[in-house]
Design a binder for this molecule. Structure first.
Ligand SMILES: Cc1cc2nc3c(=O)[nH]c(=O)nc-3n(C[C@H](O)[C@H](O)[C@H](O)COP(=O)(O)O)c2cc1C
Length: 206
């Protein structure tokens, strides 16, 4: 099968992309609006995009000219928190992804608990084991989406998720997004050392 995106309707290209680029990490994004109400929603057009300073990107699609609540709140407050979706949070994360009315807090809808963050006013999801507190670095319009670039200003991970001081993927058990209604669960971790070679000669080092 071949697909020419320039000759294919947008929704069809979208459906292909979300099954072709998999699994994707899920940013479970909590925000606070100017009126104090809170919001929580998942976004899988998400990744780390720079290290110094630590920047992450989340792409939020246009909703027929009506910005998603997450984008509105990020614009109002300049802040947000990314909560990692570990396996026990899968069903509750999906609950928050309904097109709930503005002002309805998906925390209450999904039975999740708001916890104060360290550096931002947006709440953390208490049930998530890893949080990245972010301030808005910049917004980049991209076609029918907006790339929200955030700088991580505080990170927190439960000690129980660590092995030898590092985040252990088997303990974190992050959920990945596949296409449509499908998700991947962490079942096995593969370890493969990279080749260590001299860039000058191409010969093995050590
Ligand atoms: C696992 C998952 C990943 C999603 N990823 C995105 C995404 O990357 N970009 C996007 O615009 N919407 C994405 N959505 C849809 C939003 O979560 C959905 O539109 C949500 O209602 C937005 O909520 P809000 O209006 O409270 O911000 C995703 C939904 C799910 C279930």
């Amino acid at each position: 099968m071949d697909l020419d995106p320039r000759a294919t309707p947008g929704p069809e290209t979208y459906r292909f992309l979300i099954t072709a680029i998999v699994p994707r990490p899920i940013a479970f994004v909590s925000t606070r609006a100017a009126d104090g109400t809170t919001n929580l929603a998942p976004f899988s057009y998400f990744n780390a995009i720079a290290s110094v300073p630590p920047l992450i990107g989340i792409s939020i699609n246009d909703r027929a000219g009506d910005p998603k609540d997450t984008l509105r709140n990020v614009r109002e407050s300049g802040e947000f928190v990314i909560n990692v979706v570990s396996e026990p949070l899968l069903d509750r994360m999906v609950q928050t992804a309904g097109e709930w009315p503005r002002g309805a807090s998906e925390f209450a809808i999904a039975g999740l608990t708001e916890a104060p963050a360290h550096r931002v006013k947006a709440p953390r999801v208490a049930e998530s084991p890893l949080h990245l507190e972010c301030v808005l670095h910049r917004e980049v319009p991209l076609g029918n989406s907006v790339l929200v670039v955030g700088e991580v200003v505080w990170a927190h991970v439960e000690d129980a998720m660590l092995t030898d001081g590092r985040v252990d993927p088997a303990k974190l058990a992050p959920v990945g997004r596949l296409g449509g209604e499908l998700y991947s669960l962490m079942r096995e971790v593969a370890k493969r050392p990279r080749p260590r070679v001299s860039r000058a000669t191409g010969e093995a080092i050590g």
